[in-house]
Design a protein. Structure first.
Length: 738
């Protein structure tokens, strides 16, 4: 951040205008004290950030003002949160201390600002990002506003990411995708989640993003007129029924359209339900359910519904609080249109999630959906021994998208993430029930503990007093709670067992008349363990032979291991090479703008980048520098946890390099001719080498994987185009990741 001496007039006006915009955006009721506090916070922030500028060059203060505005306008937060948002970067970046905040604004604001201040840079950790996130979450359970402001902060940073260097953009996008978007979903902030996903996609997959954005723009007029035509008969019937309502129609997000293109393997033009029509009712709370179903009945009288697409979150809300009735109907020209039916209250909860939920608390008689989730997070946080990355992974499982509804033997409904197992259920009910679980019955039939729960299952758990979890249980669960409880139990167990092993070792060393402390760490190393505890538990389990100690020399208090001749190292046959560098000159890359020759790097095996792909470099802790595609699914995880290890990478066009690329081909099996035609087209027409060819057919369909050697991305595009036009081929796609 460069220092500036004078803030010029124009900038002053800019700042004041932003502040006035913020004040106008506040809709929650405020008294004189609230207004005063906001003014004080603004003044303090302006002063404190006076000498700072953002990467874009604009005055820094515009950022906290914008964050406060998002809090007020888009999340619907009140004065306390607005004050904290204005001050959120003050302690971290300026001379103002937390004590200052405390004495001027009180303990609530100070607590929130503290939660938003990053840990000291000297904090020693494998992943500072994950540590910081754990810190934010530990305040989340005290005051959810911390996380809501944090997300507003991230949203503004994402919106203004343009002036950051590309590799930083990628790291921030990855972290956003990994944790902030799912968190926004979990807190019911659908608009924010959608914007996060779209902004991320714009960075990681610019081409597809622009492509869809352009097509949406091109089809806008025809879509709008279709929707208008669609609404007319429906609206007429609803009015005749005397309902008070409004109808909106909007296109789905670019990211969700892209997901559909990928998962359904269709092209843009083939996606019919690009938009959702929303009927929002104005009815008293007690008539809500009845009114929603009345609308459903009217809509489906006008248009024929597709029964499988009916979703009733009015009777049973999602665990993030979402309530709505969805149906897909067949409109004019046979096009599918999704109709969402909800009330004004449901709509506000759907748009503003947690904050709106708060507003209706007490008014609503439904159980508090967030409370049980927060309990869950609280429990994860209590487990201090988990390292930050483990914690983050456990936490992430609590952010699930889809859920499964099951019942206890008493008929109580429980909601778990989709994919959760019977054992997860046991842990969800009670930790002890999980730890002592011996058998599980689903609908009165015995199932394995790893059984995946299905909607409507009734789950009974049987326990045994002497039951103990073992390592393999970790593979039988998916929820963070179960995982962390099992890990803690295993750790305890190992400590207990270690005590036995330690005693044994102490006895042996006493026998040899040497001191325990002097020799313990040497023995850990000698037997190849990482910690004393590992050594002790190996002794308990007779995994090492302590008779070996007899061969040691004793020198005073010290044991000396016998000298062993170095065994001749057998060169392991190299596993599949990371990429085919051998026959041609290595690909040229620039890392952080410098020639990559000075680094040892490899192209990542998972996503097989090819010259021309959008790539970045990642410095892994044990396997050196790897080059990944920016769309690589593994990369998202890597960057989210270790963003500081990401480096910018660019291709340099030079010489001929060769790369491996995997293509997935599907089609209709028209006999053995397929393989021949495919390989014919690849080798003679395209002049490319096939490295391997694997094809598997079943009942008239086949799926195959072809590994090709290419020298750049253009060749892949050509190959895909050429193979697609062959008879019997339905799709050709590049494998994203292995
Ligand atoms: Mn900030």
């Amino acid at each position: 951040m460069a220092e500036i001496q004078v803030v010029d007039k124009e900038e002053k006006l800019l700042i004041q205008r932003a502040y006035r915009g913020l004040l106008k955006s506040i809709h929650s009721p405020m008294d004189e004290e609230d207004r005063d506090n906001i003014r004080k916070a603004y003044k303090l922030a302006v002063e404190a950030h006076a000498k700072q500028r953002r990467k874009s060059g604009e005055p820094y203060i515009l950022h906290p003002i914008a964050v406060a505005r998002i809090c007020a306008e888009e999340v619907g937060l009140g004065p306390t949160a607005i004050v904290a948002a204005l001050l959120h970067d003050v302690v971290e970046d300026t001379d103002v201390s937390l004590e200052d905040i405390y004495s001027r604004f009180g303990d609530r604001v100070a607590m929130i600002v503290d939660g938003l201040t990053k840990l000291d840079r000297s904090y020693d950790s494998d992943s500072p990002q994950a540590e910081n996130f754990r810190k934010v979450l530990s305040t989340l359970v005290k005051d959810v506003r911390v996380v809501l402001i944090k997300m507003a902060d991230r949203l503004h940073n994402m919106r203004t990411l343009g002036s950051m260097p590309r590799h930083k953009q990628l790291a921030i996008a990855a972290e956003t995708n990994y944790i902030y978007a799912p968190l926004a979903h979990r807190l019911g902030l659908y608009n924010m989640k959608t914007e996060f996903q779209d902004l991320c996609m714009k960075i990681t997959d610019q081409e597809s993003y622009q492509d869809i954005a352009r097509k949406l723009q091109e089809t806008k007029t025809s879509r709008t007129s279709y929707i208008e035509k669609f609404i007319v008969p429906m609206k007429k019937e609803l009015e005749e029924a005397g309902l008070s309502f409004r109808i909106t129609g909007r296109p789905k997000s670019i990211h969700s359209i892209w997901n559909k293109i990928k998962s359904k393997e269709v092209i843009f033009e083939e996606i019919y339900d690009l938009f959702a029509v929303r009927v929002i009712l104005d009815v008293p709370r007690r008539l809500e359910k009845q009114a929603c179903w009345q609308v459903y009945s009217i809509v489906t009288d006008v248009y024929r519904p597709i029964p499988e697409r009916l979703k009733d979150w009015v009777t049973t809300p999602k665990s993030n609080g979402y309530e709505s009735l969805h149906t897909t109907v067949i409109g004019q020209d046979g096009r599918f249109v999704e109709v969402q039916i909800r009330t004004e209250r449901m709509d506000e909860i759907a748009e503003r999630g947690y904050a709106a939920h708060w507003k209706y608390k007490g008014v609503s008689d439904s159980p508090d959906v967030y409370e049980s989730w927060l309990d869950n997070v609280r429990e994860l946080l209590e487990n201090h021994e988990t390292d930050a990355i483990e914690f983050l992974n456990d936490f992430k499982t609590s952010l699930f998208n889809e859920e499964v509804y099951v019942y206890t033997p008493a008929g109580d409904m429980k909601i778990l993430p989709k994919g959760a197992t019977a054992l997860d259920f046991a842990f969800m009910i009670h930790t002890d029930l999980g730890l002592r679980c011996t058998a599980i019955k689903i609908n009165n039939r015995l199932v394995p503990m790893g059984y995946r729960l299905q909607n409507g299952d009734q789950v009974g758990v049987q326990t045994g007093k002497n039951q103990k979890p073992n390592e393999s249980w970790l593979k039988l669960v998916v929820t963070g709670k179960a995982r962390s409880k099992i890990r803690t139990a295993l750790r305890e167990e190992r400590k207990e067992q270690g005590a036995i092993g330690k005693e044994t070792l102490e006895r042996k060393l006493q026998h040899l008349k040497v001191d325990f402390e002097t020799n313990a760490d040497m023995l850990v190393k000698h037997f190849g363990f990482r910690s004393r505890l590992d050594l002790y538990s190996a002794i308990t389990h007779d995994e090492i032979n302590l008779l070996e100690l007899k061969k040691f020399k004793v020198e005073g208090q010290r044991l000396l291991p016998p000298v062993v001749e170095e065994p001749v190292k057998v060169e392991k046959p190299e596993e599949e090479a990371p990429s085919t560098f051998r026959r041609s000159s290595p690909p040229k890359l620039l890392l952080n703008g410098e020639s990559a020759d000075q680094y040892e790097y490899q192209l990542a095996n998972c996503c097989n980048p090819v010259m021309g792909d959008d790539v970045f470099a990642f410095l892994s802790s044990n396997s050196g520098m790897k080059i990944h595609r920016t769309t690589c699914p593994n990369a998202v995880n890597l960057m989210a946890n270790y963003g500081y290890r990401v480096m910018k990478a660019e291709w340099v066009q030079a010489g001929t390099s060769s790369f491996r690329v995997d293509l997935l081909v599907t089609g209709i099996d028209t006999g053995p001719g397929v393989i021949e035609r495919l390989s014919q087209r690849i080798s003679s027409t395209l002049g490319l080498n096939i490295r391997s060819f694997y094809i598997d057919g079943d009942e008239g369909f086949f799926e195959g994987k072809i590994s090709l050697i290419v020298s750049n991305k253009d060749q892949i595009v050509q190959a895909i185009q050429a193979l697609k036009t062959l008879d019997g081929i339905s799709s050709v796609t590049r494998v994203e990741s292995n």
